[in-house]
Ligand binder design. Structure first.
Ligand code: PHE
Length: 344
């Protein structure tokens, strides 16, 4: 038995020396030191030996087990080192190669202006209300105090659809009606929202007019809202947008859905009022239409005009972006020309 142990030991030790990969090493471990391995089996069989042989055999078997375990661990380390070296050799990468840059996208100039708008208005307590681009004629016109055949409809050439009464909105003002009806709780709740979005007009496309453009509508409804609130709010917005010393002026104007109505000019931020090509030597740039919400519109939105009042305004962010960046042709905005878009 002892002899067999010595022979098996010699064979196993010799086999171990020949092993050069971790799969073969694992097999060797399983057959030798593992729970079903021969050495383990022999150690387990000590009890079967005649009593006088047990001690000597057990001692020797344990010695050999220690020796084989040591040899196995040394072999394992060697093989790991060899495999690592081989991996480094075969999977060689050149860390000095220049990286491949990831192209980064950019925000469309209109998106940038719209975000700036939303940010400034949010600071003044105005939430964003999303209204639909596909409107019905009633909401786009009639409920805004422009009944069929009203001459003001001529100012907004309309895209009609084959569906009667379904049109593309010509301005964001129909959103006033929707905001009042959806947020007003039957004319009992105040409102402070902006309504940004795309508008469509059936117009000749020129350097100054596109068939699609953004507007940012604003609407505030409450008790005791007055024109001074409108003026102060717009002036505060202009100061945030164009600088603390921005001057604004209000000109009387006409919109069917506001009364009184005003157009707002800001002092030209290019020439600071001296007069230049951009402001057509007037020193002023028109930035929005505005006014006190017409009683008819309040009523159509569910509010009692003898208790509630409000103001509304509408900005054209593309116009404003053009002025701020000196863009001379509105057609660049939806032309998808990267040479234009990548400048922002
Ligand atoms: N909707 C108007 C336009 O498109 C602008 C406007 C909005 C005027 C709100 C007054 C109040 O020209």
């Amino acid at each position: 038995m002892l002899e067999q142990l010595e022979t098996q030991y010699k064979d196993a030790a010799a086999a171990l020396e020949q092993i050069s990969d971790s799969a073969a090493l694992a097999a060797w471990e399983r057959d030798t030191l593992g729970r079903g391995g021969w050495l383990t089996g022999m150690l387990r069989g000590v009890g079967q030996l005649p009593a006088e042989e047990r001690a000597a055999f057990g001692k020797r078997a344990n010695e050999l087990k220690v020796a084989l375990t040591g040899a196995y661990e040394a072999r394992e380390e060697l093989i790991k080192a060899q495999e690592l070296a081989r991996n480094l050799e075969e999977g060689q990468i050149d860390v000095t190669l220049p990286g491949r840059p990831r192209p980064t996208g950019g925000l469309h100039p209109s998106t940038q202006t719209l975000r700036q708008f939303a940010h400034v208005w949010a600071d003044m307590g105005f939430q964003v209300f999303r209204s639909r681009e596909v409107e019905d004629d009633d909401t786009n016109f009639t409920l805004l105090n422009m009944p069929p055949h009203h001459p003001a409809r001529d100012m907004q050439d309309t895209f009609y659809t084959t569906e009667p009464n379904v049109i593309l909105r010509t301005h964001t003002s129909p959103g006033q009606i929707r905001a009042m009806r959806e947020l007003g709780e039957d004319g009992t709740k105040p409102i402070r929202v902006i309504l940004p979005g795309m508008c469509y007009r059936y117009e000749q496309i020129t350097a100054r007019s596109e068939i699609q453009f953004h507007q940012v509508e604003g609407l505030a409804i409450g008790r005791n809202i007055r024109m001074t609130d409108l003026k102060g709010t717009i002036a505060a917005f202009a100061r945030r947008m164009f600088g603390a010393d921005a001057q604004v002026r209000f000109r009387a104007s006409y919109f069917p859905f506001t009364e009184p109505s005003m157009e707002v000019d800001v002092e030209c931020f290019l020439c600071h009022g001296d007069g230049c090509r951009v402001c057509k030597y007037s020193g002023w740039l028109e930035i929005c239409g505005s006014g006190m919400v017409h009683p008819v519109v309040l009523r159509n939105g569910g509010y009692d005009p003898s208790v509630w009042s409000g103001f509304a305004f509408g900005f054209g962010p593309e116009r404003m972006t053009m002025l701020m960046h000196g863009i001379e042709d509105i057609r660049y905005f939806w032309g998808n020309d990267l040479r234009f878009l990548e400048q922002f």
